[in-house]
Design a protein around this ligand. Structure first.
Ligand code: SAM
Length: 433
């Protein structure tokens, strides 16, 4: 049977010549999460989790086209069981992250630019997304699934493009995620749903059915009474439909999950997608990773993951979140040097035979601007982050400012490195001793 010839056409389609890509992704760090929060300022552990080298838990800073192309050429063709893409939606909005830093009496707000979702025209937007969707298909395993998260602005155009790339037979679901919240709309219905397009690589795709609780009415009535024994209630619940109304957007500024990252998706939403479309030990990809929701959910569900973002703050938010949730060791890699420097940092280093103390010099450091810092060693030119000093979620005004590393054989006689990250996405590295 002849395949459909219906396609979306725009002037620059297939004419855009993308730059040659990249030759390498540089390994910035291996991170062994061992976060020091409130309470103790000393660590007395000998071997840590240090032996577990990170494998396929990769946080990459860089443009997704370059990263995906690089992965494709370096062993990742047909390796991903699931790819979740949550790109800009063609919304003509610039997204900033506003946060409050400092203590009550000295509190101040800072605005951090994250990404621009503004385009010359629809052509430019499609030129940007089309190659990413094409590369996604090549990265997907034979049983793999692609989920593309969009909304009313452009989902219909992308649907037609995905039909072209995957064929319309590989279109599985249009998931409608409904949520509440205010809106100023007076001349039309409030736009309160997103669209998630699901395509599979082949007909033999992974699907683990998901369930929702039965409605009270169904439970009261009991299906058995109405329809006989054939229709006993399933103890897991009712099979999930393609419209989801049970997951709220992260709206409250004090919500536990809220990382003050605009467009951050709830873990429950991404969890449903990853549970349904991949298996334990599957490799999951997200090439617009933002605050790192996919990486964290993949961790929680025992999946491997490769995620990327071209924004420093997104990468640092993901890094911090994975450390906070005590993830397996992971790597941080980059296709481009980190931009900017955090020059006000001054690190005070104290050492004696028994005590190894690293502390921030609070007089010379704007600690309020410091998001987190970490200590590690350099081995064979690779930085290994061994202790991370982060702000506890429950008390963001607190950041541990010193650490005493007693009797830790691993770091004795090694070159100690300290990295500090500020809220604007800058990093400062110091080599001690
Ligand atoms: C809608 S947000 C993703 C939010 C994410 N799902 C979460 O839960 O936090 C889109 C992200 O894509 C990133 N991005 C946009 N264009 C990119 C590109 N060309 N390469 C890599 N990342 C990009 C932005 O920096 C932003 O963090």
């Amino acid at each position: 049977m002849k395949r459909d010839s219906v396609k979306l056409v725009w002037d620059s389609k297939n004419k855009l010549v993308k730059a040659n890509g990249i030759n390498n992704i540089e390994l910035m760090a291996e991170v062994y999460p061992w976060a020091l929060k409130e309470g103790s300022d000393s660590v007395e552990i000998k071997d840590l989790q240090y032996q577990l080298a990170p494998i396929n838990r990769r946080l990459i800073q860089g443009d997704n086209y370059n990263v995906m192309q690089f992965l494709l050429e370096n062993g990742y063709s047909e390796k991903f069981d699931l790819i979740y893409l949550d790109p800009p939606y063609y919304s003509e909005t610039n997204y900033n992250s506003k946060i409050k830093i400092g203590h009550k009496d000295k509190e101040r707000s800072i605005t951090r630019p994250i990404f621009k979702d503004s385009w010359d025209n629809l052509d430019a937007y499609l030129d940007y997304l089309y190659p990413i969707l094409t590369l996604s298909k090549e990265l997907l395993s034979k049983e793999g699934n692609l989920f593309v998260h969009l909304d009313w602005h452009a989902s219909h155009y992308i649907k037609v493009i995905l039909d072209e790339i995957f064929s319309k037979e590989r279109f599985i679901n249009q998931i409608v995620w409904c949520y509440g919240g205010g809106s100023g709309a007076k001349r039309y219905f409030h736009r309160k749903h997103d669209i998630i397009l699901w395509y599979s690589k082949s007909n033999d795709y992974i699907f683990n059915p998901q369930y929702r609780p039965y409605t009270e009415k169904t439970l009261d009535r009991g299906l058995t009474k109405v329809k006989g024994n054939k229709y006993v209630l399933n103890e897991k619940g009712a099979l999930m439909q393609d419209w989801w109304t049970d997951i709220n957007k992260i709206l409250s500024p004090t919500a536990y999950e809220n990382l003050k990252f605009p467009t951050q998706k709830p873990m429950a939403l991404v969890q449903r997608i990853i549970k349904a479309g991949s298996n334990e030990n599957s490799l999951v990809g997200d090439f617009f990773c933002g605050s790192g929701t996919t990486a964290q959910v993949a961790e929680n569900l025992n999946r491997f993951w490769v995620v990327c973002d071209n924004n420093n703050i997104a990468v640092q938010t993901t890094q911090n979140r994975l450390i906070e949730s005590n993830s397996h060791p992971f790597t941080i890699e980059t296709t481009m040097p980190w931009s900017g420097e955090f020059n006000s940092l001054n690190i005070n280093w104290k050492y004696d035979d028994n005590n190894l103390m690293v502390s921030l010099d609070s007089k010379k450091t704007d600690i309020d601007m410091l998001n987190f810092w970490e200590i590690g060693i350099k081995e064979q030119d690779v930085f290994k982050s061994m202790f991370q000093l982060i702000r506890p979620k429950e008390n963001l005004t607190y950041l541990p400012d010193k650490i005493v590393l007693k009797n830790i054989e691993l770091i004795r006689d090694k070159k100690i490195i300290v990295n500090a990250y500020d809220y604007l996405g800058n990093i400062k590295q110091a080599s001690l001793g």
